[in-house]
Design a protein around this ligand. Sequence first.
Ligand code: 4HU
Length: 420
Amino acid sequence: MAMTQGVRGTRDFYPEDMRLRNWLFQKFHHSALSHGFEEYDAPMLEMEELYTRKSGEEITQQLYNFEDKGGRRISLRPEMTPSLARMVMARSGALPLPLKWYSIPQCWRYERTQRGRGREHYQWNVDIWGAAGVEADAELISVLVHFFRSVGLTSEDLVIRVSSRKVLEEVLGSLGITGEDFSKTCVVVDKMDKLPAEAIEGQLSELGLDNEAVSTIQSVLGIRDMGSLQDSLGGDSEAVLELDSLFGLIEAYGASDWVALDASVVRGLAYYTGPVFEASDRSGELRAICGGGRYDRLIGTLGGKDLPATGFGFGDMVVIELLQTKGLIPELSHGVSDVVFGMGPGLREAAMRVAASIRSRGRDVDLVLEDKRMKWVFKHAERIGAERLVMVMPDEWADGKVKVKVLESGEESEVEFDSL
Ligand code: 4HU
């Protein structure tokens, strides 16, 4: 195998890729910071048992796991939420609530079925712990909308489809399906548009759902407006009241155009309990851009005392595809403001003095390290998008001056070294 081969399913980030990634991450940072969130981080490695939930979720069936040299079962994290739950549990009682935290972790998966698919991505995670009301869920939607606007996307490009796990909980509760069976049913229902009908019916019948129950579920999942939801679940349905309040708050935030009720949204993670949402492009060509929801009982399943929580995960890949199709990827420059060039080996030290002086004033300077022709230096300065070319030349330097060329205008001048 050639040594240029990386680990299957991983990506290299060349400087041009890194510029785009950093641009995207800055948008993630600013959108979270603009809403008062604080950044946190956790190790990429966790004890495997943090993810052994046994609800049939794809994410826990595709663990990138192994045994370490001490015989411990370890996994690369497939998602951030369990690490966050662990951190919150470890400081239970000591953290000021509600807490609003975000992170941009690299997450890993290892699927046996298909090759050639990515095994890592970066996933922006934004979470609120200790706030039980839909105000917190509305805040997450606002962070998302802030992000979409900041990258130039509009509500015509994409939609955040919203529902609540309580919709299915009420329907399934009346059929006697509760607790763990309810979570497992949600995981199967999430796959309804991805697997053949027979496979879904088989999995649902294992969970105690007959054909009539399946068609009841299907008709409820088809609901796209609050009127029909109320007709189906009744006026005092908790799901209806919850979603009604949530849409009211989203309206107050001026974000109504970005959201739509869609009862088919359940999400594939077992731990969701309340409002759930996902964003996708309006044309429906791409996979979901992000997804999230309320998970008030996750800590309980990890052996701690429950704490209300809600959050979303937002991968770095699908949104880039969407921005590409919409022509919204910006031209990102190298970021250097000045190129400094000493003409000839005799002026190498002078050029370093000049570069150091400009850098001490807070500018980003690329010093030409070797003897190059003037033509090469001009091309180089243009290619990296520098504003100025500072040339240290024998006669000028003898007078304590350098030659400065402003690249956009082409204007040239002689400047005292001290006043650069
Ligand atoms: C997932 C988890 C980890 C890594 C990748 Br790529 N994808 C689930 O979407």
